[in-house]
Write a protein that binds this ligand. Structure first.
Ligand code: ATP
Ligand code: MG
Length: 413
């Protein structure tokens, strides 16, 4: 049989990568707690309609990226491509639409049939948050401030910029949409094939296009700010004031859009220049019609999602797996005693490795490689006096310690 590999566009999370993943989730839990968000987990697959409806049949994700299949009962299921729709589905399924607000976060694998490249996978991982029942721009500012604190807790504050835009309310968006259609229709022949289709169905998405020929037309395209009505302008002004009060700095980028109809007002991205074309690390916005799509009432919400692989590749290595103690017994009797001691130390919360195989030199090589901070030697002579020889590997100092004092000794170092 040919050598088995993970499927194209997927990857194993091992060692350092998994430690980073866990670190990211730990930090998120710490930060999100302070904002009153609680953790939800929804199924990895859903009824296909959850995504097909919510993301709009024309979005890239639905039209070409979804992993959909019929199960043995003939139902159409889809591996989730994103979290927001699933959270909204769960809110409605669990009859929580009357208990608002619901402040929720989630993390886990997402699936999109994309062309794999650096920072772009078919199975990737996201962490995201949704403030459901978010009345007014204060909630947007708070949810964005939480994203910023989270990124800062990972040491990424200086690598990432917040770019902010408004899409206004439905009325303003309608006027802008008309202006966009008029503008791009004049250049229809110069648009990419995808964007020609978008022109009919969802012209806002042209602004989000990655095709060079489309990008060249964007410079002169009508700007949303010129079409804002009073309501939308006030929301936008308040949002920026609240962000400043939360000490969140941002740059305005009129090119940031979220392509779907139910998005309104706030749209934002945290971007970096360090990841090439895959520079968006965390993206989000306000949405107002999604919960209705799931069969609930109309409830406004604001949310965001971050790609864990992209966060991870920006992080510098942390302390990770280093540290701990290695026990090196000499002889059968010493081994049994070493097992007892190992157990006792582990119960006290100390990381211990038992090194039993090979001669002392081989064992010490392994210990040094493991990054342990201390080695504990235990021979027959030590056994009779119930002591061990404790070596500090960094200081290269060795001393005798009674077994009864070992836990205390390690708690001090
Ligand atoms: P992009 O423009 O890069 O395709 P997107 O608009 O499709 O991103 P969202 O749906 O907003 O992305 O997802 C939020 C975040 O999830 C992205 O900012 C990115 O960090 C991450 N992400 C999205 N798709 C992938 C992927 N295929 N592989 C790895 N990370 C991804
Ligand atoms: Mg995408």
């Amino acid at each position: 049989m040919a050598k088995l590999q993970p499927p194209r566009g997927t990857h194993d999370l091992l060692g350092e990568e998994m430690r980073r993943y866990a670190h990211i989730i730990e930090k998120a839990r710490d930060i999100f707690r302070c904002y009153g968000f609680s953790e939800w987990a929804t199924p990895i697959f859903e009824d296909t309609r959850v995504f097909a409806r919510s993301l709009g049949e024309t979005s890239d994700v639905v039209s070409k990226e979804m992993y959909s299949f019929l199960d043995r009962g003939g139902d159409s299921l889809t591996l989730r491509p994103e979290g927001t729709a699933a959270i909204c589905r769960a809110l409605v399924s669990n009859s929580l639409t009357q208990t608002l607000p619901q402040k929720v976060f989630y993390h886990g694998p997402m699936f999109r049939y994309e062309r794999p490249q650096k920072g772009r996978f078919r199975q990737f991982h996201q962490i995201g948050a949704e403030f459901i029942g978010a009345n007014g721009p204060l909630r947007d500012a708070e949810t964005i401030a939480m994203a910023k604190d989270f990124l800062a807790s990972l040491g990424l504050e200086n690598k990432i910029t917040l770019e902010l835009n408004t899409l206004g309310d439905a009325e303003s968006r309608h006027a802008w949409r008309e202006a966009l259609i008029a503008y791009f229709s004049r250049y229809k022949d110069q648009l990419s094939k995808d964007s020609q289709t978008r022109l009919d169905i969802n012209p806002l998405r042209i602004l989000d296009s990655k095709a060079e020929q489309d990008k060249q037309l964007l410079g002169e395209a009508p700007l949303y700010a010129d079409y804002l009505n009073n309501n939308s302008r006030q929301f936008w002004d308040e949002l920026r004031n609240y962000l400043t009060a939360f000490n969140v700095s941002f740059v305005e980028n009129p090119r940031i859009v979220r392509g779907l109809d139910y998005y309104s007002h706030t749209a934002f991205e945290f971007v970096t220049t360090e990841l090439g074309a895959q520079g968006t690390v965390l993206a989000g916005g306000r949405y107002e019609g999604l919960i209705e799509e799931m069969g609930g009432p109309q409830i406004p919400a604001i949310g965001w999602a971050a790609g864990i692989e992209r966060l991870s590749s920006l992080m510098t290595l942390d302390e990770a797996a280093k540290g701990g103690v290695a026990l090196l017994p000499l002889g059968d009797k010493a081994l049994l005693r070493a097992i007892e001691i190992t157990h006792k130390l582990r119960q006290a919360g100390i990381k211990v490795a038992l090194e039993v195989k090979g001669n002392m030199k081989k064992r010490m090589d392994r210990v040094l490689q493991s990054g342990a901070s201390h080695a504990v030697f235990l021979g027959d002579e030590d056994l009779t006096r119930d002591v061990v020889q404790l070596r500090d590997l960094a200081q290269r100092e060795q001393r005798e310690v009674p077994v009864s004092q070992l836990v205390e000794t390690f708690k001090q170092v």
